[in-house]
Design a protein around this ligand. Sequence first.
Ligand code: NAD
Length: 481
Amino acid sequence: MSDFVMTIAGDTVPAEDSFGVVNPANGEVFAHAPECTPQQLDAAFDAASKAQRDWKLDEAARRATLLKMADVLLASGGELAPVLTAEQGKPLGDANIEVFAAAIWCQYFANLETPPQVIQDDAEALVEVVRRPVGVVAAITPWNFPLTLAFWKIAPALLAGNTLVLKPSPFTPLTTLKVVELLRGVVPPGVINVVSGGDELGAWMTSHPVPRKVSFTGSIETGKKVALSAAPDLKRVTLELGGNDPAIVLDDADPAVVAKAIFAGAFNNNGQVCSAIKRVYVPEALYDGVVEGLAAQASSIKVGDGTEPDSKLGPINNAPQYERVKELVADALSHGATAATGGGPIEGPGYFFQPTILTDLTDGTRIVDEEQFGPALPVISYRDIDDVVERANATHFGLSGSVWGTDTDRAAEIAGRLECGTAWVNTHLALAPQQPFGGFKWSGVGVENGPWGLAEFTEVQVVHRSKSADGLNLNTGGLVS
Ligand code: NAD
């Protein structure tokens, strides 16, 4: 594959240098992406800034553009999904779902009503609260869902009247470059600019003087750097960061049923989901049954190259992440854990790892306490529900969590005690464009999606129309109009 270009001001900018992109299914470079220079980044922000002057003026045109973008996406699955599979590793079916999700997000925001709020309308004044765009947005995405997560930013940012400079992960730049190129036909020049490069390009973006907002999805470690870098000129930030989601099984759950669903919540995208289940707490009496169910799922699922039609899980996306998963699993095993199934890499080329269920371990083991972000799941037994809720919360993470049981009122009450942005009952990873998503504690700042996510791409403005000729009374200093 070749021919991946940056789009700045609606046009291709020539690459002065490039970097290789690896197919994780074989570990080989299969394509190159342009390396953005500082001057090209300046040009991208300049283009976004100029484009925003008109873009912010016509809401109807913005909504129409978002709908046209959705149409382009829906027509482009055949072109985009294979690129996504090649650079990310996920099965082709999942790659197609990502393209589809991007279209759905555009359609949702195209149709999201944003009426001004009237907070006073009487003889004295009409006072409205309206939302104004923040300006130019620097959008930075990770490698697990390059397309979906880009559109979680693009769609609301554009509806609100902002323009963007978007940077994908250096591990997965290609689909993002390609989609912005495909959108040139329907998006005015400069409204979406895309640049590619290494991590330092992200740092240049967050410290650049033009953007007024950084919308970042990635690791906690990088998120903290982004917050620091955005602080000197008080850029607005939304940070969607890592998670270590607990799933708590209650004593009235059916082990076979929950094991199947928990497996799906943990191993979606090969475990490379910020809000995947990353540790499972099971009552002692149900422990063996749940482990057996999880191990049966893990040992029977087909792992393989995402281009093979029967592959359900692909490789881990990149070498550092592959090494990290190997290290965390080896650490657990060397501290007394048992692999009910899996436990190590799959022989051969590519970053393939056996779907792994770990037992006989508890909090304090690295794979329980840290975010593994891969196909290995620790299962921990517990006796007391209050104690386990405390253990689930005893972490800097707070992205999401789930509680599993037959009495759903009781499960919901316990879910409500989890310190996290989304608390599911008998499900996990149920996400939707209308549902705000974000983390407590170190898992993030702010939310994406729904009207709440849209609001993060805006500034609040009060428009106060006095209805009396002498609208300002000197003696009250304006407190009463
Ligand atoms: P990462 O933090 O390494 O990289 C994310 C992006 O930030 C990349 O584009 C990278 O090039 C860029 N970047 C790196 N250093 C930067 C800097 N100093 N300044 C600005 N940008 C910089 O994360 P990753 O490894 O690509 O993604 C995995 C992580 O993302 C996991 O922790 C996962 O949980 C998290 N994640 C969170 C969500 C969410 O919505 N909460 C969604 C997906 C992934």
